[in-house]
Structure formats: C-alpha cells, structure tokens
Write a protein that binds this ligand. Structure first.
Ligand SMILES: Cc1ncc(COP(=O)(O)O)c(C=O)c1O
Length: 370
C-alpha cells in the first residue's frame, strides 16, 4: 500500500481492497459529499464533445461564472481541480528568493509546490498540543513578526479556512486584517470547504439559494481565493476548481496554467454547477451530510473518543498511533485518514458518513480498540 498523503485511496488500491470486502470500503478518509453529484451535472458531462479541444483558458466558462457571481471574467481562473490552482499561484509568486509561509497544520499542496520549485518554505504552527486546535483568533501580529524574522522575502502566505485537517475557521474580518498586514505579500486563501460550513449555514433556512449567495465570492486586491468543487459537489473524478482575485493576480496565475487545463467534461460539469437544480441538490445533500456528521461525531464521543471541534463535516479524532489505527481499521473494510503527514501522528481524521457506513465504523472500532 502506498503512503496516505491525501485522504483518498488511489482507484487501483480501492479496487483491490473492495474485492476483499463484499460491502466495499466504508471510506471515512475522503471529505467529499457522500450523496453524489447532482443529476444535472452528470447529464451535462455526458454532453461533452470528445472530438474537439475545450477553450484554452476556459473563456466561455469564465464568462458564465462571472455573470452568475457578479464578477468580471478576468477575475476568475479555472483549473484541473483546486490543487492545480494552488500550484499555479505558487508558481506565479514563489521563486528561489521569494518564499512561502504556511499556517499549519494544513493542506500540503502549497508547501509541496514550493519544495518542488526549490522555493523557500516556512511554516508557522498556529495550534498547540493536545486538542488545542480550537477556533482561536487569527494571530496576525505573530504572522507579521514571523515574516520579519524569516531570512528570505515572503511573497505568499497560505491560509486554509475552514482548515483541512483541523476544521477551524476564521472570520472574514480576521482574514482581511491578515491580508492587509502581510502586504505586499499575497494571501493564498483556500476556501474549498466554505460552502460546507455547518456553523453559519446550519441556521440558514431551506430557501433556494442562488450561486452568488451560496458562494459569496468577492475579488479582493491582494488575495487569491481557491475553491475546489470536488468536496461540496462530489466531483473528485472530474477535476475542476477555480481561483478568484483581482485581474492582475488572476492573469499571473492563468499564465502558469497549461492550455486546456479544464477538459471538455469538466467544462460541461462546471457550467451546470451554477444551475438552480444543482444549488438545490447541494443544499439538500449537505444538510443530510451534516446530520451524518453529527451522528458520526456523537457516536465516536459516546465510545470515549476525543474529537477536535470542527465547523465542517469532518473532524480530527485523538488516538494513540494514527498509522496503526488506520491499518487495523482497513483490515475491517473501514478507511480513515492517518494525519501523520500533517505532522499529527496521534490523530486520525474522519468525515461524516451515512448510517450503514457508521455501523461498520463503530463495529470496527470496537474490534480494534477493545
Ligand atoms: C483544503 C483543500 N484545498 C484544495 C483541495 C484540492 O481539491 P481538488 O484538487 O480535488 O479540487 C483539497 C483536497 O483535499 C483540500 O482539502
């Protein structure tokens, strides 16, 4: 088995494991919507032309989203998943004398890109030991002091909010304060889990929401905002994500993307994402997922596990040795995320899953931990 750098099992690994378990794998390691893509998105993908090249820079799609979100097409870039845009932004802003600062523990792609480019990468741990991953104020002064102490010029600061893997979130005001304080460095703000927030969204009624209201994106001058559409829309196989920001910043990122980096099926899917039916599907399915998450977390707590409070439908769970726990649970057909690669060897990360999978999890946990 390969090391679990990201949550998901590779398709080939998964096929091999599923052959062993008649019910397949109960996959708590992936943070994607368990209720699948909206029917309209699946239909749209079927209509993609395989005989023609898609737009080189997803021009039509950018026009479409600009209208749906009230932005200008020059303020949007699409790519082969959110990860592609993180790499594009890093390539645009980093270099041998232009460093990256990441606020940790967090999603690894920005750091991985800096390392691949030979750009200096510095990490600032935001959280203490134990379960102290709480929703603390963003320590803006600590970030700027750290930047001053760093021997190279920091040109990009990566912040993930809501954060993977901790489930912590910062307010827009805190993020704006950070954005101002780090200037002229740019903020690479990864909001891939924003539409899945259980805190403020939970109080919203089931009134249908427009794409503009649901995404709530504004292009800000020194911020590049990343959105993955993998999680909320259950589309990890399609590979579609976007970056939003001011015209010059987005142009700089766009120049780092390969032409045709959004395939024809991904383009068709992305057109359909802003449809009213897709928005409704997201609202209904995420509400079901939130219930699953609540029950998963409560079930774990009832069995004596300690969880880090999270605003999204996944959470960190404290355990003695995460890698051993992952391996043992996998022998029972249950997959969890070992968080060692986040620098958290005594945590696993689990997403909420429907009842059938939860039962398998709780059974496997009692066999492994008793
Ligand atoms: C915080 C965060 N950002 C971005 C991504 C990239 O997602 P994708 O490339 O599938 O759009 C992920 C995937 O796990 C993530 O957790």
């Amino acid at each position: 088995m390969t090391d679990a750098i990201h949550g998901a099992l590779d398709a080939t690994e998964l096929a091999g494991l599923c052959a062993k378990f008649p019910l397949g794998i109960a996959d708590f390691a992936v943070n994607t919507n368990p209720y699948g893509p909206a029917p309209g998105v699946k239909e749209a993908v079927q209509r993609a032309s395989l005989e023609r090249y898609p737009d080189q820079t997803a021009r039509g799609l950018r026009d479409h989203w600009a209208e749906a979100l009230g932005l200008d097409a020059s303020e949007i870039a699409f790519g082969n998943g959110g990860a592609d845009l993180i790499w594009a932004a890093c390539r645009a802003y980093l270099g041998p004398t232009r460093a990256l600062l990441t606020l940790e523990p967090t999603f690894s792609e920005a750091g991985d890109c800096a390392n691949a480019m030979g750009a200096p990468h510095f990490s600032l741990p935001l959280f203490g030991e134990g379960l102290d991953f709480g929703h603390r104020p963003l320590p803006v002064t600590l970030v700027t002091e750290t930047m001053r102490r760093i021997p190279s010029h920091v040109s990009l600061v990566y912040l993930c909010s809501p954060n993977n893997p901790t489930g912590a979130v910062w307010t827009e005001l805190e993020i704006q304060a950070l954005e101002e304080a780090i200037r002229p460095a740019r903020l690479l703000l990864d909001r891939s889990f924003e539409t899945l927030r259980m805190d403020h969204n939970a109080s919203i009624s089931n009134e249908p929401m427009s794409a503009r209201a649901l995404f709530g994106i504004k292009a800000r001058p020194t911020r590049i905002e990343i959105r993955s559409f993998t999680k909320d829309f259950a589309l990890p196989g399609i590979r579609i994500g976007a970056a939003f920001g001011a015209r010059d910043e987005i142009a700089r990122c766009q120049r780092q993307l390969c032409p045709w980096s959004v395939s024809a099926p991904a383009t068709m899917a992305a057109y359909a994402l802003t449809d009213a039916e897709t928005m409704a599907h997201l609202q209904v399915s995420r509400a079901r997922w939130w219930v699953d998450a609540k029950r998963t977390f409560e079930g774990l707590e009832a069995r004596g596990f300690r969880l880090v409070p999270s605003v999204v439908p996944f959470a960190l769970v404290s355990t003695e040795l995460a890698s051993a726990a992952r391996t043992s649970l996998l022998e029972h057909g249950v997959h969890v995320r070992d968080c060692a690669s986040f620098g958290l060897p005594s945590f696993i990360r689990l997403a909420g899953r429907p009842e059938e999978d939860r039962e398998r999890l709780f059974e496997a946990l009692s066999s492994v931990f008793l």
